[in-house]
Design a binder for this molecule. Structure first.
Ligand code: SF4
Length: 366
């Protein structure tokens, strides 16, 4: 299986208070210098064939139209990339007609729009720089540019969010008619400004909201295939499927992670350090570890449990040439008895009840 390629664009106009991603605010004038270092990093993998290309962030749409063309040229120069699976993340306020057309001309086939909510009060709470009208306009511009595969990111579980407000967001989302939806509960990460401000979310409210949103999306023909992802037929995310199936991936850019042939590595996750390391040595790698077959199998298993279809343990054992430990199999039996997972022969999948507590399930299985 060919690896996927992830390119991290760390620039953002402002830091959203819930964000814990490696980002850099402003630094507009250093955009091109960063792209040059990305090119040098890509050159280390030159001629590798990749199945998918995903540009994420940060805010990739912070790049100028010329930057986007330059980045696409760098990818084509250094990789043998499948042309039908190029994706880019966008923030609504930075989508213009010219940018949508530049992305299409550069060869991107899928775009992912960070809408998060259709309600002004929650967009303000999240510190987003766009309003509802910007999101609707961005979507239309992307359609007009010819994008037939659009994902929309939406969040739920905001403090105090009423059921009717969640329903209104899902209705607005369905009305857009995107081919794919990623649905995330608001989390308060320890590294976020929300955490410093003492923002709290309610687990029960989020569990109810999740069940309700999943049902409404499925009813609208956006079929859930992963814990947070829904797609119309033929529009599952090829890039993410590779992660969830334990495929290899090459990550370039600040804070990017890679996994190639059992070796996991990661880059410096601050802008000054990434740039300094790249300029000094052509590598920003700050750590690496070798995963043995048993660990790689367990990681693949836990990722695959995120898929609604579940995972065949016998297939994984054959693929990795080792067996699941006795303790893990006993814990799976206990989780099945408690109604968190469903076992059918060697196939295991998480139940609706289990999908709400995936992290706890993973902790019990490791
Ligand atoms: S949530 Fe997105 S737009 Fe906001 S700071 Fe983080 S990466 Fe940037």
């Amino acid at each position: 299986m060919k690896p996927s390629l992830y390119i991290h664009i760390p620039f953002c106009k402002a830091k959203c208070p819930y964000c814990s991603f490696p980002v850099v605010v402003g630094q507009d004038e250093r955009r091109w210098a960063y792209l040059v270092e990305l090119g040098r990093e890509m050159a280390r993998h030159a001629t590798t064939a990749v199945a998918t290309v995903h540009v994420g962030g940060g805010t990739p749409s912070f790049l100028s139209d010329a930057d986007i063309a330059g980045l696409a040229a760098m990818v084509r120069k250094n990789f043998v990339a499948e042309e039908h699976a190029w994706a880019c993340e966008l923030n609504p306020e930075s989508v213009t007609r010219a940018k949508a057309e530049a992305l299409k001309a550069a060869g991107f086939t899928r775009v992912s729009l960070g809408v998060q909510s259709f309600q002004e009060k929650y967009l303000r709470l999240l510190g987003r720089l766009h309003g509802r009208a910007d999101a609707l306009r961005a979507f239309e511009l992307l359609r007009a540019a010819g994008f037939k595969n659009i994902n929309v990111d939406v969040m739920f579980g905001f403090p105090g969010q009423a059921t009717e407000e969640l329903d209104a967001d899902i209705d607005a989302l369905v009305a857009l008619g995107s081919e794919h939806v990623s649905l995330y509960a608001l989390t308060v990460d320890e590294k976020s400004l929300f955490h410093a401000r003492g923002v709290k979310v309610c687990d029960e409210q989020q569990a109810d909201g999740y069940r309700r949103a999943c049902a409404r999306l499925n009813d609208a023909g956006l079929v859930q295939y992963e814990v947070s992802n829904f797609a119309r037929e033929g529009f599952m995310s090829a890039h993410n499927l590779n992660y969830w199936q334990g495929g290899d991936y090459i990550g370039v850019g600040m804070g990017a992670h890679s996994h190639i042939d059992g070796v996991r590595s990661w880059n410096a996750d601050t802008f000054p350090r990434y740039m300094a390391m790249m300029q000094a040595s052509g590598s920003a790698e700050t750590g690496r570890e070798q995963l043995d077959a048993a660990r790689k199998m367990m990681e693949t298993f836990l990722f695959a449990l995120r898929m609604v279809a579940g995972v065949d343990m016998a297939v994984l054992q054959q693929r990795f040439g080792c067996e699941f430990p006795r303790g893990c199999r006993d814990e799976l039996d206990a989780l099945a008895a408690e109604g968190f997972i469903f076992k059918e022969g060697t196939r295991v999948r998480v139940t609706d009840k289990g999908r709400l507590v995936l992290d706890e399930i993973a902790a019990r299985l490791i």
